[in-house]
Design a binder for this molecule. Structure first.
Ligand code: URA
Length: 197
């Protein structure tokens, strides 16, 4: 079924059981921001906090993303921030819910929801945050470290800037963190030109 609005997308993804993840998540989390954004940022999947709160990028990775966006002068309200996969996949360890990377099959099952979102928002360009997003947006595996900071082109003509996922930066050893953050903001600064040519 083709969705006609973001509210319709939320309802449809809430009910989605095309892969097993939806059964265990609290709720689906779709993209948010400007519904007419020229730039869409796409992550992997909601994390623990996103799953509980129902909003994308509100946990630790989201805080880092917010800091990077602020630094390069991109207002989060000017862009649309979403994920390749709409439900949180996790493994229970005691009481903790540990993030698990979605399989390619799960990401592929969710792909059409992301395309619906793109069709509704109609961004001029997208930023792929990490390899799950890059694969979903490009329809092929993208070597993120080799391609980061480059503009790729989708079959629909939309440009996709590939960069790291902000949670990868959270895992960088403290002594390398400033450099990694600077490289991340340098990538994002390229995308800012889409908003302020
Ligand atoms: N990581 C993601 O990829 N997306 C979120 O919304 C949060 C963390």
């Amino acid at each position: 079924m083709k969705v006609r609005s973001l509210a319709g997308l939320k309802a449809a993804t809430m009910a989605c059981r095309e892969c097993p993840i939806g059964e265990y998540a609290t709720q689906s989390v779709i993209g948010e921001g400007s519904a007419k954004a020229r730039l869409m940022l796409v992550g992997e999947q909601p994390g623990d906090q996103e799953d509980l709160q129902g909003h994308p990028f509100v946990g630790p990775a989201g805080k880092l993303l917010d800091r990077a966006l602020e630094q390069v002068g991109i207002a989060r309200t000017d862009v649309f921030v979403s994920n390749a996969v709409k439900h949180f996949k996790f493994e229970l360890r005691g009481k903790r819910r540990i993030h698990k990377t979605p399989t390619q099959r799960e990401a592929a099952a969710c792909h059409h929801w992301l395309e619906d979102e793109i069709a509704l928002v109609k961004p001029a360009a997208l930023v792929a945050l990490g390899s799950t997003a890059a694969r979903s947006l490009m329809g092929r595996a993208v070597p993120v470290m080799a391609e980061r900071g480059k503009w790729l082109e989708r079959e629909d003509g939309r440009k996709v800037l590939v960069t790291l996922h902000p949670s990868a930066l959270l895992r960088v050893p403290p002594e390398d963190r400033d450099e990694a953050f600077a490289a991340f903001t340098a990538d994002l600064a390229k995308a800012r030109k889409i908003l302020k040519p």
